[in-house]
Design a protein around this ligand. Structure first.
Ligand code: AKB
Length: 317
């Protein structure tokens, strides 16, 4: 990093909020500008600069870039799978136009590097769903998946045509005890821990044997920052990254090891169809090879971290 600063757009979201804190701990509070359409937690807003920013306005993004001498953007603002089904046009507007604006600003010389998250949602029913390869059939059936696939292609286009240094990973479901997710199909894997502690039981909106790729937040942040730091002039537009995969039944078993009376029942709803169109697990050998990607958390380690931290929060409140 030189003297310029880093801008995180969508800093109050599930991943954005933890990314800002980690980036600030690495580069210094004054170097990392957090921005979102709404205010965030006190921790986020008080330990560094925070800007209100609507990512669907190019002029507003440019203003913040100029004001803070920004050279790197992490564009984390997005509408994910369940919400995007409700608001297709708004999802397209946010997920795609914000990306196009940031890529254009990079092309116009304002930015040196961009991070943009893709998702396992780029895959669909016709994709091989076990050990899903890096390059394979991508026929998503969700609004969110369609936008993420289009976004990947836009990144590849700007990279090839204008040499823009844009980097991306296909996040699986992300699990964290700090900031709740919102509007996703994989959100059950966070809710279940909260309910295990508050109610001792959970009603799951996916069937017991629905296997999905998942990742603990620390691994997701690590993947994001290490990809941005890697010496990777000719990387893929978006990398498969993998940490663990499990079914609702398996996560419930792992919780039961610590809370023996925990019970779960299953009432699959419309989200089942979305989950059924996604991979069960992913082949991330390309990411391992290109930038030494390696996760640290499996299901058991994650359950321990989730329950320990959520219990501490409960005790304090
Ligand atoms: C969702 O469930 O929509 C997201 C995702 C897999 O990208 N967590």
């Amino acid at each position: 990093m030189n003297n310029n600063s880093i801008l995180v757009i969508g800093a109050c979201g599930q991943i954005g909020s933890e990314l800002v804190l980690k980036l600030r701990s690495i580069y210094g509070n004054e170097k990392v500008i957090a921005s979102d359409i709404k205010n965030g937690s006190d921790e986020l807003m008080q330990n560094g600069v925070f800007e209100i920013l609507d990512a669907t306005y190019k002029g507003a993004i440019l203003q913040v870039i100029k004001k803070h001498n920004v050279s790197e953007v992490y564009l984390m603002a997005a509408m994910v799978s369940v919400t995007a089904e409700k608001y297709p046009h708004r999802a397209w507007d946010l997920n795609i136009n914000s990306l196009l604006y940031v890529l254009e600003l990079a092309q116009e010389g304002y930015l040196k590097k961009v991070f943009w998250p893709s998702s396992i949602a780029v895959f669909g029913k016709t994709t091989p769903n076990i050990d899903t390869p890096q390059v394979t059939v991508t026929e998503p059936s969700t609004v969110y998946g369609i936008s993420k696939l289009a976004g990947e292609r836009w990144c590849a286009y700007y990279k090839a045509k204008y040499g823009i240094d844009v980097r991306s990973v296909r996040y699986p479901g992300i699990i964290s005890w700090k900031t709740p997710p919102g509007g996703g199909t994989t959100d059950y894997a966070v809710e279940i821990y909260h309910k295990a502690l508050s109610d001792g039981s959970y009603e799951c909106f996916l069937s017991e044997d629905t296997r999905l790729p998942m990742m603990y937040m620390d691994d997701a942040i690590d993947a994001t920052i290490s990809l941005m730091d890697a010496d990777l002039p000719n990387g893929f537009a978006s990398y498969n990254i993998s940490a663990t995969d499990f079914t609702p039944k398996e996560i419930a078993e792992s919780i039961k090891k610590q809370i023996p009376d925990f019970s779960i029942n299953y009432s699959p709803d419309f989200r089942q169809q979305i989950a059924d169109s996604w991979p069960q697990n992913m082949d991330d050998s390309q990411a391992q090879k290109d930038w030494n990607w390696k996760p640290n958390f499996d299901l058991e380690k994650m359950t321990k971290a989730m329950l320990e931290n959520l219990k501490l929060i409960k005790e304090v409140n």
